[in-house]
Design a protein around this ligand. Structure first.
Ligand code: ZN
Length: 158
């Protein structure tokens, strides 16, 4: 298990546009696995490489236990609908807010075998993918939140 340190808001790496991955080599595969381990350890459902201090276009997600998505150089190619939902972020501990996202997205990227992936997602996975791809552009959910929850509401969320 390779657990990486989580970078918190305030660190400039979270505000840089992440660079494209040119070569999916052993180093990138190792980063992907470490990101999954780090996400699991922190009990998160998504993680972008800048959150572990690596300014590269790599994201992982696990909307349902055991269903891990790993994407390199992901891009949203289509969005449909709108839906408001509550989000948090491993880089902004204890903060939750309502964010309007597309209901459905089509995301294109590469998997760790350099195969092109077309992922059609809706619901939770669509939300995670939009949140993580925002990280690759230096955008945090608090930039987009229509409202942050107050502490009483957070307790209710568990
Ligand atoms: Zn985040």
């Amino acid at each position: 298990m390779g657990i990486r340190n989580l970078i918190e808001a305030g660190d400039p790496v979270l505000r840089y546009p992440a660079g494209k991955v040119k070569n999916i080599d052993g180093v990138i595969k190792r980063i992907l696995q470490d990101m999954v381990d780090t996400m699991n350890q922190a009990e998160g459902i998504g993680l972008a490489a800048p959150q572990v201090g690596i300014s590269k276009q790599i994201i992982v997600a696990e909307p349902v236990k055991g269903e891990v998505v790993k994407l390199i150089n992901p891009k949203i190619s289509n969005m449909e609908g709108q839906e408001s939902g509550i989000e948090g972020c491993l880089s902004i501990p204890g903060v939750y807010g309502e964010v309007i996202r597309a209901k459905q997205v089509m995301v294109e990227g590469l998997d760790e075998n350099e195969d092109l992936v077309h992922l059609e997602a809706e619901g939770m996975l669509a939300r995670i993918l939009q949140h993580e791809i925002d990280h690759l552009n230096g955008v945090l959910f608090t930039d987009k939140a229509t409202r942050l929850l107050d502490p009483d509401e957070i307790k209710a969320e568990g």
